[in-house]
Ligand binder design. Structure first.
Ligand SMILES: NC(=O)c1ccc[n+]([C@@H]2O[C@H](COP(=O)([O-])OP(=O)(O)OC[C@H]3O[C@@H](n4cnc5c(N)ncnc54)[C@H](OP(=O)(O)O)[C@@H]3O)[C@@H](O)[C@H]2O)c1
Length: 270
């Protein structure tokens, strides 16, 4: 795979550039499983790892980063704050210690807590000013929650990380984020593995000589999302990264767009 400098990236408001492909490490056990997966990913050319304090594997991510010998500035590292904690500064300090890093590239509020988000956001702004997080953002925020944050914010979240796949095609939130200059990051882009059996995706994949996972990830990237598929298996980690030498035609994009279940359930609700 091409090195980071050649891979597509998205520019984060006033801060770092974020590779459009990362490895997600949710539900990887701390220790061997996480270390091995991150090591395989870095060998395969990934330069972006997505963890969180709640995943309890930051230490293993840090160990694999150190062992890789890659210069710090070549790997984009995201971690996330559990919003129940009152002090973002204390929580980020603990995450940095576990990761053995001086800064993270992106620090996210993991999910909205209506009465706390604005106060936490101001704390994140100060962490960014201190250079402890190159960029700051949120996760699991819908449009309404983003709008409610704005009056309290001196800067907009650089990123909103939300569930996004052909089965969770959140077109309106995607459009809103793109309009606002918020990078839209897709978690569970493979629908946690369950979307890969879909016959329409399988048919597109077979016609293009690609895997269903590659087709789902490519779909999200062509909708301008950043993708962070999780796999603990070397072969899948490698093949999930083969995304930059093909494109889905508009007709194939529409086939995947039509799989949206959020739309279907909205229609069913009337
Ligand atoms: N911010 C949030 O609230 C939030 C929530 C959920 C997830 N996330 C982030 O997003 C990342 C990805 O989401 P996710 O872990 O929920 O799900 P995902 O990436 O959509 O799917 C992961 C599942 O797909 C399987 N898989 C991966 N590549 C495959 C392939 N090529 N062929 C067949 N199966 C494949 C994996 O199994 P194997 O490991 O066995 O390959 C795993 O069971 C997480 O790891 C995490 O970093 C964030």
């Amino acid at each position: 795979m091409r090195p980071l400098s050649d891979q597509p990236t998205r520019e984060l408001a006033g801060a770092a550039r974020m590779p459009v492909l990362g490895l997600g490490v949710w539900q990887m056990a701390a220790g061997g499983e996480t270390e091995q997966a991150v090591e395989w990913a870095l060998e395969a050319g990934y330069r972006h790892i997505d963890t969180a304090s709640v995943y309890r594997n930051e230490q293993s991510v840090g160990a694999a980063l150190r062992r890789s010998g890659l210069p710090r500035e070549q790997v984009f590292v995201t971690t996330k704050l559990m919003p129940a904690h009152p002090s973002a500064a204390r929580e980020l300090a603990k995450s940095l210690e576990r990761l053995s890093l001086d800064y993270v590239d992106l620090y996210l509020i993991h999910w909205p807590l209506p009465l706390r988000s604005a106060r936490l956001w101001r704390q994140l702004e100060s962490l960014q000013e201190r250079g402890l997080a190159r960029a700051i953002g949120v996760s699991n925020f819908g449009r309404h929650r983003l709008e409610r944050l704005m009056p309290a914010a001196s800067r907009m979240p650089a990123v909103d990380q939300v569930q996004f796949s052909p089965f969770h095609y959140r077109r309106r939130l995607l459009d809103y984020c793109l309009e606002q200059g918020i990078v839209f990051e897709a978690y569970s882009p493979l629908e946690r593995g369950k979307g890969l059996q879909d016959p329409k995706i399988a048919a597109v994949a077979a016609r293009l000589g690609r895997t269903p996972a590659q087709v789902m990830l490519r779909w999200a990237i062509q909708h301008e999302a950043v993708v962070i598929p999780k796999s603990s298996r070397e072969e899948r980690i490698r093949s999930n990264a083969q995304l930059f030498d093909f494109e889905l035609a508009d007709s194939d994009m529409r086939i995947l767009d039509a799989l949206d279940r959020t739309n279907a359930s909205a229609k069913a609700r009337g």
